[in-house]
Ligand binder design. Sequence first.
Ligand SMILES: Nc1ncnc2c1ncn2[C@@H]1O[C@H](COP(=O)(O)OP(=O)(O)OP(=O)(O)O)[C@@H](O)[C@H]1O
Length: 314
Amino acid sequence: MNISSKPPFFMETSNLSYRYSAKGPAVVDNLSLQVPEKSIYGFLGHNGAGKTTTIRLLLGLLNTVYPVKLFGQELKQNAQGILSRVGALIEHPSLYGNLTAAENMQVICRYRRLSFGGIPGILETVGLGKHANRKTKDFSTGMKQRLGLAIALLGDPELIILDEPTNGLDPQGILEMRELIKKLNQEKGKTIFLSSHLLAEVEKVCTHVGIIRQGRMLFQGSVTQLTELYKSSQVPVLIETDDNEGTRKLLEQHGFECRIEGLQLLTYLSSRSAIPALIDQIRNSGIGIYQIKAESKNLEELFFSLHNDPNSGT
Ligand SMILES: Nc1ncnc2c1ncn2[C@@H]1O[C@H](COP(=O)(O)OP(=O)(O)OP(=O)(O)O)[C@@H](O)[C@H]1O
């Protein structure tokens, strides 16, 4: 993967690696991230893949000898200046329940020596304008998360880093957070880096994506490129017939790999358009089909297909 400096990426790492202990495994392993300006970059991976650790490295919260660049500058050389242009929400926000939304923001403003002037506008942006004077102990999880984002927006950062921003939210809360992220990007020009373990979530919100497994990058590119790759990977198909064993033999004779799973047979096709021919083959051999169903590919299968694709990832 090439690290180009023209134009500089808003955030980039080159072969970033990290171990929590000298003899422990690499939790982040040769990770070269490239986050374009004005993108919404989804950092996708299962629980324990190394997302939060990477975010901590990007924010200078963990020490590393590897270069981490934000806005084209090395983080270590000007951490204070660079981080004043970054807003972050890692997991759930720490709020004082007995203080109102506005008062919670004032606490952070005092700490960061920012004026209180921007608070009403930011609360309006995140949809909490009407709740500015409510104590946060009465807030729903979604409202707390939006207030956490409001706090990250203090100081008008150009880059916003969000660790699993929809975690723990109900469907309505997820929808609102998703719309808010898009609004911040499209209307306020913010570059947003967010981590998630949900492929569907990333596809709906992000312009770019980096997929990691065990700290290693499997794929990095635009969501359009990911969709193309995803489409070209194999489709799992479940078949139930009156003779699953006979169907298995038949399909294997035609070069399909398959296995019996309970009352069904699982095989993989190159695309959904191959299903009619498959049905004809089974029916022509006198086997009765009870049902046939193309499964939607989940993250695990995408990981699997990426892992086996020599052209993808690292
Ligand atoms: N402070 C720590 N000390 C030792 N190991 C840690 C520490 N924090 C995380 N790990 C380990 O590092 C690996 C990556 O964890 P990390 O939290 O970065 O992953 P993640 O992708 O953010 O997962 P999740 O979505 O569950 O938060 C995991 O195996 C985890 O157990």
